[in-house]
Ligand binder design. Sequence first.
Ligand SMILES: Cc1cc2nc3c(=O)[nH]c(=O)nc-3n(C[C@H](O)[C@H](O)[C@H](O)COP(=O)(O)O)c2cc1C
Length: 403
Amino acid sequence: MSNDASLFLDLARKYPTSFDLRDRARRLMPRFAFEYMDGGAGPVDFGIRRNWSALDNVELAPRYGKVARPPTCEASIFGRDYSAPVGVAPIGGPGTAFPGAETYLAKASQKMRTPYVLGLLSGIDVEEAAKLAPDVLWFQLYRLARNNHQIGLDLTRRAAAAGVHVLVLTIDTPIRTVRPRETKSGILNPFKITMGLRLDAMSSPRWTASLLRHGMPRFSSLRPYMKPGATFEETTEFVRREQGGAFTWDEIALYRDVWKGPLVLKGVLHPADARRAIDMGVDGLMVSNHGGRQIEALPASIDMLPAIAKEVAGRATILFDSGVRSGVDVARAIALGADAAFAGKSFLWSLGALGEIGPEHYIRLLTEDLRATMGQLGCTNVSELRNVDRRHAGLWERDKLQG
Ligand SMILES: Cc1cc2nc3c(=O)[nH]c(=O)nc-3n(C[C@H](O)[C@H](O)[C@H](O)COP(=O)(O)O)c2cc1C
């Protein structure tokens, strides 16, 4: 057995689920870092728990007695082949979980041939990410509206020049939210490096060593638009000033004109919005409630997925996130209409727990669990998951929604 294979076999024995990674991350990371990545909106993370329990309440009925062929997880998304329909959702400041996170997420995704959505607010720029993950890179933008979207449109052109395959516009952050766990852990808004945060960071030698290796995160893709040598605080101030609100339909049309490749809207939670997006030429929708980080009252995205899939009726690619912790969850999302599922927090848990080898271990876990789930259900390929009988108590019905 190769060193690589035995390392990952060993990890699969010690940390067989995402919650094992979460427990270890909680022990090893500075408190503010764990609270930043793990916490949601509202007092008790109810939105996060709703995502999890809504997924848990989707049951899939198996069919037996077929010829046993090992299932394949291979998936084609926007015409590109991936080893599995699982990917890394865009994450701002993932280096908080483990400094250098973007580099490790990009390398693992490239090696495992699964999509990596680089978040706008990342510690490596889009050009660097394209070198690390040339075959699997997608890029996410928030609304940078000043001067007629000069920065956002320039980033769009840079992403195209760098070879990014898919552009993702996040539409579900019309307001800034307060996340109580983050606030209570000492993260201030506007951000400030306080003595409390320094002491907290020093309590985690492995995290601090990675910070020394990679330096303070700088939101690298935005650097050309800032004054040279901007400090960390100036960088966050720049983002506060430039970024805000959610893309309007007119603004989305502007990006549709400039970006010639597949365009995805992330955060769609209503079939009428899905229809409007498709009518204006958007290629994909990411059904998402931002992992429960916006407001607690949003529906679990799995509960809205079937209504959106019904409206879309095959006219666009449907991506799913919010609550994915396992390959079983990926199978549930695909059974209910998604073409692929993405994860945010659980990738960060993998980094917080295991550092640079975390993301590869987690992609392997998701893929193997998806394969096992398909095998149990009697599916030999991903598209057969669509035909599995299911029971879905929390479902929002299309006919009862407006528009
Ligand atoms: C720490 C953190 C930062 C995030 N930053 C972004 C971001 O910059 N842009 C974005 O579109 N979504 C962002 N998200 C949301 C994720 O893309 C994704 O929708 C969400 O994490 C999925 O839910 P899950 O965490 O339950 O997997 C972030 C999520 C987390 C946990």
